[in-house]
Design a protein around this ligand. Sequence first.
Ligand SMILES: [Zn+2]
Length: 435
Amino acid sequence: MTTRYVAEYLWVGPGDPELVAPGLVDVADGRVAWAGPVGAAPEIAEVIRVGVPGLLMPGFVNTHCHTPMTLLRGAGEGLPVDRWLSEVMWPREGRLSPEDVYWGMTLGAAELLLNGVTTSVEMYFYPDEVATAAGDAGLRCTVTPPVIEDTDLGRFGTVEEQLGVAVDLIRRWEDSDLIDIGLGPHSTYTLSDGVLRDVARVAAAEDLLIHMHVAEQRYENDLCLERSGQSLVTYLESIGMFETHFLAAHGVWLTDEDREHLAQNSVGVAHCPASNGRHASGIAPIVDLRRRGVPVGLGTDGPASNSRLDIFEEMRLAIRMARLRESSADALTPMDALTMATAEGAAALARTDIGSLEPGMWADMINVAVDGPAFTPLLEIEDLITHLVWSASPADIRGVWVGGRRVVDDGRCDSVDVGRAQHEVAVRARRLSEG
Ligand SMILES: [Zn+2]
């Protein structure tokens, strides 16, 4: 059976025409069967019609997150990132239980869905619980089991065991439509050369996406130069890290040569402007990266680095930071930011089944109300995109569907008991903070 969503305004994704009014999307078996202007729609005998007031568009793709860190939201405010990690994050994370991660992910998944995020890329401990919570909430997720080498976190197992966990997860989740498994080596500054080579080998053998923090802080490059005599990206390339698809989170401190290597190797970048601002990391050179053909998505980073899981805020910060960095008011447009939040984010993950509402894509859609103050005045249809990016917020999102399943209805997340999740996170966060 096909469900036909008839919307006041439809944005299928970047392309031409950019907006149609009215527009409709036919969904069958969780995927888009047809999308376009109402007048051009095919005749279908059996169809369920759903009226959608406002704007219907693809859901947001969050390309870098550690969502269960809802448990650590607000902790260590104001510390530089090295002290924030070693003094506040790692001691608490050393006390995490699988159930903590399940509930942290559950609450964060509800927030992501309410904020219009339909796909999130996750790197966190107890990845099976991350995947289970995401699946239970109805959130599409690329779960990248972390690889870490730290004596304080030794109870997460040896590197060999961690890589084994990742391979087991691939088998366990292979039938899921929502969950994909990759590999999440933390960074070059927390992993030795031998371990990084093991990661590259396993990823190539299993054809896994590698998701890693790259050049978030200036010192990462200096350390890499000291250790290998090569810049960060050249080093990663030399040890085989780009044999499979690679997603570089942050990418702030990249040399000219590094940027060229990213482009040549079709590496995707997750731009995290809110987190980069909070930790004083720097402003990533995304205008130059995009000019070279590197797909750049937007990432909220974990709620401990950001507090919010809000792609609207990331779109606005991405534009402001790019314009400041380039000293140009057209360095990044609202449509550029919206593209990064949807189709280009999907490209950064090398995914061809999400990010727009073209036929064949998963029906991951959001409905934004356009009758509130944020969308007033609407003098021309193009104002919709300007207002969507510059003035809308999660409060304007009325409906969210993932794979055709409605998970947010009238601004409520129906797939998660949000009150229970808040209670669980509050109690568990207190225990983690007290040690
Ligand atoms: Zn991160």
